[in-house]
Write a protein that binds this ligand. Structure first.
Ligand SMILES: [Zn+2]
Length: 136
């Protein structure tokens, strides 16, 4: 599959509006990689991405971080879980939100919705047409 640019994805997602799509594995991975390249300069190691029916469990996305070895061990991301049925625009926002959690975890060992490690990505994401918020 060709590498999709984030701005093409965001433009297309805005065109689709609120029409839900069935999120495929490829789609979720393309969105992850496009955000990683455009916003995180390709620095995030891609975790396992799991697409499933999570909305009925009460969430759209989830980032699961772990540590290797001792409490001082390396922080890494085991997986990002993503809901299967939502508009493409929502997928982009949910993925960006979870990727900020991945970045927080791997660089600071925390997952927050705070100003210091979460919302510092707000402007960079907004510049790409993605709104970072706590509630999707
Ligand atoms: Zn969150």
């Amino acid at each position: 599959m060709a590498k999709l640019q984030l701005n093409s994805i965001v433009k297309y997602a805005n065109k689709l509006g609120k029409d839900p799509v069935v999120v495929t594995q490829d789609m979720a991975e393309e969105v992850y990689q496009a955000i990683n390249r455009a916003v995180f300069r390709g620095t995030l190691p891609m975790p396992k991405i799991i697409v499933g029916n999570y909305a009925k469990k009460g969430f759209w996305g989830e980032c699961e971080g772990l540590q290797r070895g001792s409490r001082w061990g390396e922080h890494y991301t085991k997986c990002i879980s993503i809901e299967k049925h939502m508009p493409l625009k929502t997928l982009v926002r949910v993925m960006a939100h979870e990727m900020v959690h991945q970045w927080e975890w791997e660089t600071h060992g925390v997952m927050t919705h705070g100003e210091k490690t979460f919302f510092i990505w707000k402007e960079d994401l907004l510049a790409k047409g993605i709104r970072l918020s706590i509630i999707i």
